[in-house]
Design a protein around this ligand. Structure first.
Ligand code: 13P
Ligand code: SF4
Length: 349
């Protein structure tokens, strides 16, 4: 696992991000260059990606395609070609509302699969078939059926970071931005909450209901330690600590704010404390460095799955996707997974 330590901001001024479609290609390219410089990209690397960005944006128009990018994706994609960027819930909503013929999902497989479940008639493409997720790999549909047998009648709330067949045998999907709301709204005092053991315990800290968890973990958020955060607090007593709910509860308990990637990003962007530590993947740090002048301390970690997506792969799949990049979900699984996803939209609003 790579570590990026002590990424204190050197400069800068807030940058307004305009959608590429409203700009001439010259101004758009200039804005992307500035953003890539702010996150520390060297000129030769920037020069190499600009022609690819221009080609992708042209092809998107010709093919009526959109690109949805999670904030953990590299900034050339986030700022150069993405039509929307955000957290899992925001991107699922965008996928649901889209009228594009093709959705390229710059994220991980469960996100692209979710887009396909919501849009069976569209072509949904995942640029890298290696973009998995340790949480999605931690549980199978058979595991869920066994849990149901062991705890009859207990509703199953399933994190969106799961495969389609797991969603299909669940009652409702949730994301990091709405999990507590959904748990509280369900008419049951006991809830099966899968598959992230830390997330389940973080929910347990906030609800009177009994939470039954599973032993899945995010390999990225599992890296954050209490010692590092305590040391930061010792050195900088005024520091604000933010943590994703996939972090260990001992880490989350030290945080001033626990929320989804977009909620953490908004918290930092819209508050004026002197320094912050954001316990999540480095993509959020990049977004904050590119779009704000806030001082970030501590360390972040890279998600090896998210980072499998490259701008070169996006161009390749836009020109001629290989069959394995095109997401398909068998109808008998899709219909069950769709029911669990629609229940989330209904309960989360
Ligand atoms: P968010 O929905 O908070 O963006 O989380 C997605 C994810 O994979 C976190 O690791
Ligand atoms: Fe999965 Fe963790 Fe990567 Fe998110 S950061 S995609 S939960 S492995």
């Amino acid at each position: 696992m790579y570590k990026w330590y002590l990424r204190t901001l050197e400069t800068s001024f807030p940058l307004k991000v305009r959608p590429l479609a409203t700009m001439t290609s010259e101004i758009a390219s200039q804005q992307i260059v500035e953003q890539l410089k702010k996150v520390g990209w060297k000129e030769d690397r920037i020069d190499a990606v600009i022609p690819l960005i221009e080609e992708i944006n042209q092809l998107k128009k010709e093919k009526n395609a959109i690109i949805l990018a999670h904030s953990y994706i590299t900034p050339d994609i986030v700022y150069g070609v993405a039509d929307y960027r955000g957290d899992s819930y925001q991107l699922a909503k965008k996928a649901r509302e889209s009228d594009a013929d093709i959705i390229i999902f710059a994220g991980v497989k469960f996100m692209a699969e979710t887009a396909k479940i919501l849009n069976p008639d569209k072509t949904v493409i995942l640029p890298s078939i290696e973009a998995g997720c340790s949480l999605a790999d931690s549980i199978t549909a058979v595991d869920v059926l066994r849990l149901r047998k062991r705890f009859p009648g207990v509703p199953v709330v399933t994190y969106i970071n799961t495969n389609a067949d797991v969603k299909a045998v669940s009652d409702v999907v949730c994301t990091s931005s709405n999990a507590l709301k959904i748990v509280e709204k369900l008419d049951s005092d006991t809830i099966i909450f899968i598959p992230d053991v830390h997330f389940a315990r973080n929910i347990q800290r906030q609800t009177k209901k009994r939470i039954i968890g599973w032993d899945g973990r995010c390999i990225v958020h599992d890296e954050f330690s209490v010692e590092t955060i305590k040391e930061l607090k010792r050195q900088f007593p005024d520091i604000k600590i933010l943590a994703h709910p996939e972090c260990d509860p001992s880490v989350a308990a030290l945080a001033d704010f626990v929320g989804s990637t977009s909620q953490m990003y908004e918290y930092v962007r819209t508050t004026n404390y002197s320094r912050y530590m954001v316990a999540t993947e480095c993509g959020i740090w990049d977004r904050l460095r590119a779009e704000s002048d806030k001082e970030l301390l501590g360390s972040c970690f890279l998600c090896p799955y998210m980072k499998k997506n490259t701008i070169e792969l996006i161009l390749e799949v836009l020109i001629d996707p290989r069959p394995e990049n095109i997401i398909e979900v068998p109808e008998e699984i899709r219909s069950g997974a769709l029911r669990s996803l629609e229940r989330m939209f209904e309960l989360a609003g």
